[in-house]
Design a protein around this ligand. Structure first.
Ligand SMILES: NC(=O)C1=CN([C@@H]2O[C@H](COP(=O)(O)OP(=O)(O)OC[C@H]3O[C@@H](n4cnc5c(N)ncnc54)[C@H](OP(=O)(O)O)[C@@H]3O)[C@@H](O)[C@H]2O)[C@@H](O)CC1
Ligand SMILES: Nc1ncnc2c1ncn2[C@@H]1O[C@H](COP(=O)(O)OP(=O)(O)O)[C@@H](O)[C@H]1O
Ligand SMILES: [Mg+2]
Length: 279
């Protein structure tokens, strides 16, 4: 199993071209949030923006627009219950995060169906949290999505794979993802999270118990979206985003008892600059 450490960072994070503009750094759509879980949408969008995504749109409920606009003025907002607006956004964006704080109502199922129908084959879909719970509950077929990344924690992976946590071995996880969505990238989030892609398994060598705070996985979706928007969807890009998230958490944990997602987010630009390669 490949071990991912600090050396991955400067293989992916590149110095920006002087003659570039926001359109070169990814159009990211984050479909997230509901009445009880507005913070999940804010954390995901804020993480994407701090990672460097060029343009970020959040599809959420109108009750959360003000909070989002105040917290992250860089992000645009649309209502995910307005199907025509959502379809236009699904077509326009090249990275879509689906799930943080969405809840498991019928509207989440409807949104997943719109993604399956309208997303372009080059668009990357990052599916997390409530979207994964609804996929498991309604037995939704994911095989038609060309560029798919699934980011379950062990409880969500249990629902998707029917593997109890002790049964989640590398061999069993590989079999399960090959059955569920053979072309997808699977991240099983835990202490030393694992990535499954095309029968290969890799594991990050970073992360700590200070990260066991609500919103830490929502934050990861935004980091991954920002990386893919700028550097393209490949295994090494996903490994780098996943590693950086835990690496920054480790730096914070050295002098803090708990790692707040919002603290981690505020430090992303500084650490990306530190690990930028000139090549
Ligand atoms: N500020 C916000 O807006 C926030 C919004 N959030 C949003 O809330 C929604 C629900 O997401 P969720 O992950 O909290 O709950 P759920 O889907 O019920 O899964 C929990 C079940 O799985 C089990 N379990 C086993 N292993 C586990 C593990 N390693 N990590 C975690 N759980 C583990 C666990 O076992 P138990 O704790 O009972 O022992 C329980 O049975 C989702 O949309 C998310 O985005 C949150 O992100 C918080 C901040
Ligand atoms: N003990 C731990 N060691 C390392 N990483 C952890 C630990 N606890 C949580 N994490 C990380 O924090 C994140 C939690 O994700 P998740 O449970 O989806 O959070 P939420 O849904 O509340 O945003 C994952 O990236 C996970 O790997
Ligand atoms: Mg989560």
């Amino acid at each position: 199993m490949e071990k991912i450490n600090k050396s991955v960072l400067s293989t992916v994070i590149k110095v920006r071209n002087t003659e570039s503009y926001k359109g070169n750094y990814g159009r990211v759509l984050i479909i997230a949030g509901s009445l009880p879980f507005g913070g999940a949408a804010i954390l995901s969008a804020s993480a994407a923006i701090h990672t460097g995504a060029g343009l970020v749109t959040v599809a959420t409920i109108p009750e959360k627009f003000t909070a989002l606009n105040v917290e992250i003025p860089e992000a645009m907002t649309i209502d995910y219950n307005k199907s025509q607006e959502l379809i236009a956004a699904i077509i326009q964006n090249n990275v879509i995060v689906l799930g943080p704080g969405l809840g498991t109502s019928d509207s989440t199922d409807k949104i997943i169906q719109l993604i399956i129908k309208y997303c372009d084959e080059n668009t990357t879909i990052i599916m997390d949290a409530s979207a994964l719970s609804v996929v498991a509950e309604n037995n939704i077929d994911l095989t038609s999505i060309n560029n798919l990344i699934l980011t379950p924690h062990q409880g969500e992976w249990q629902r998707l794979s029917n593997l109890s946590i002790p049964e989640q071995t590398k061999e069993n996880n590989l079999k399960a993802i090959n059955k569920l969505a053979p072309n997808a990238t699977l991240i099983v989030k835990k202490h030393l999270s694992e990535i499954y892609y095309q029968n290969k398994v890799s594991q990050i060598q970073a992360g700590n118990a200070g990260m066991a705070t609500g919103g830490m996985g929502d934050t990861l979706t935004g980091v991954l979206a920002g990386f893919i928007g700028q550097f393209g969807n490949s295994l090494v890009t996903v490994q780098t985003g996943l590693f950086l998230h835990s690496y920054i958490a480790d730096q914070i944990y050295k002098s803090n008892y708990v790692v707040l997602p919002s603290t981690l987010i505020s430090k992303i630009p500084k650490y990306m600059k530190k690990f930028t390669s000139n090549k």
